[in-house]
Ligand binder design. Structure first.
Ligand code: CMC
Length: 380
């Protein structure tokens, strides 16, 4: 049967790829909801693990459900020595996102049973991935410095334990809370490149570790999760508040993108950027000002002057790097931290996809030749 002619949209802009009840964005109002609950509510009143549960199982957990979930995750935090040994053979100069993608895929070697119609299997996979991804990020960070990975600390909750595995010191409660809020803010964001990648992979009914590994690879690019790392490099390049305007003018003249600004959906300031900015200010009030924050504020002002009419405002990546840096996290771990959080959203979409699965098999608009001659090698 001939399909009706359809318009090709580069980047599939505006084309629904799924029906989903997980999250909602209104890009003109600057609204983001997870399962109907506004992101501000979850960031200010909830925790990351509660949010992950909400995203994946559709409802906020009861106290007992949350306790059980936390206990299961605590139990599965450690990674096998085979995976640690594998990481020791990675080049220490390799990007931590590549290390994470490889390690996430390697989990499939150890937990190869695939029972996608068994809720107990699904739950175990969710728990394992949420539990082990932070341990793998922190382990590679230690290994590349020549250290042994820090064993997870059973007395610390999810976010605090990650910061502990980075430094071997128990984090200050304000820092731990700020980090947990960052994870909540990054946990899910409707249909985006890495989520789509996860869903396409999921739709083949492969194992969940392959689903997460493919999403990690997609998140790594500078137009997606990789932008947060580039924002700080840009602020450093600008160097001073006085240099902001000439920098923007040059970018405008050369039609260069300014990292941390613009979004396919938001045409106003990303609500997550507003919360991250508040967090940055709280951290600066506690442990000292960051001169790059002044540059960031000026940049936001000048970019709005030039691009506000086009709907280009700070996105989630603009202030996150300043927060992470204040928490002592190296720049090239910013995107892996985005992945730690987004695993919750990817798993929610994986589970939703399995419930209604049909393999993704879009079409294309062919623009090549027909009936082309085969020219023998010696005549070319
Ligand atoms: N700086 C300057 N101009 C921009 C920017 C920017 N950051 N973003 C978009 N524009 C302009 C762009 O040049 C284009 O102008 P024109 O119509 O005159 O050619 C117009 O706005 C539309 O841009 P687009 O690239 O076609 O929009 P898109 O929806 O395909 O891209 C985006 C969205 C996020 C990839 C893009 O805004 C961008 O590259 N931003 C910088 C990288 C960044 O901060 N990425 C993080 C995204 S949020 C988190 C995540 O998804 O991981």
């Amino acid at each position: 049967m001939a399909l009706p002619a359809c318009e090709f949209k580069p980047g599939l802009e505006g084309i629904p790829a799924a029906q989903s009840a997980i999250s909602y964005v209104d890009g003109t109002k600057g609204l983001l909801e997870y399962r109907g609950i506004r992101i501000e509510e979850l960031a200010h009143k909830g925790s990351f693990l509660e949010t992950a549960y909400l995203l994946i199982w559709g409802k906020l957990p009861t106290q007992d459900q949350l306790e059980e979930f936390k206990t299961d995750i605590l139990y599965h935090r450690r990674i096998k020595y085979h995976i640690r040994d594998m990481m020791k053979s990675f080049p220490e100069t390799g990007h931590p996102m590549d290390a994470l993608q490889t390690s996430a895929a390697a989990l499939g070697l150890f937990y190869s049973r695939r029972a996608l119609d068994d809720p107990a299997y699904i739950r175990k996979a969710v728990v394992r991935l949420l539990a082990k991804i932070p341990t793998m990020v922190a382990a590679f960070n230690q290994i590349r410095k020549g250290n042994d990975p820090v064993t997870p600390n059973d007395n610390l909750d999810y976010g605090a334990n990650f910061l502990y595995m980075m430094t071997e010191r128990e984090p200050d409660p304000i820092a731990a809370r700020a980090f947990d809020v960052c994870l909540t803010l990054h946990a899910e964001h409707t249909m985006n490149a890495s989520t789509f990648s996860a869903m396409v992979t999921a739709s083949t009914l492969t194992d969940p570790y392959a689903v997460i590994a493919s999403a990690v690879g997609t998140l790594a690019g500078p137009l997606h999760g990789g932008a947060n790392e580039e924002v700080l490099a840009m602020l450093e390049e600008i160097g001073s508040v006085e240099n902001v305007r000439p920098y923007v003018e040059k970018a405008v003249a050369n039609k260069e993108k300014i990292m941390g600004f613009g979004h396919r959906v938001y045409k106003v300031k990303d609500p997550r950027a507003t919360i991250l900015q508040e967090l940055a200010e709280q951290l600066f009030a506690k442990s000292g000002h960051d001169p790059y924050y002044d540059i960031a504020l000026e940049l936001e002002k000048v970019v709005e002057e030039y691009y506000g009419q086009k709907g280009i405002y700070p996105n989630v990546d603009f202030y996150s790097g300043l927060v992470y840096r204040k928490l002592g996290i190296p720049d090239d771990l910013f995107t892996p931290i985005f992945a730690i959080a987004r695993v919750a959203g990817w798993l929610a979409h994986w589970k939703e996809q399995l419930g209604v699965n049909r393999i993704f098999r879009p079409t294309q608009v062919y623009t090549g030749l027909h009936e082309a001659p085969y020219i023998p090698l010696e005549e070319r």
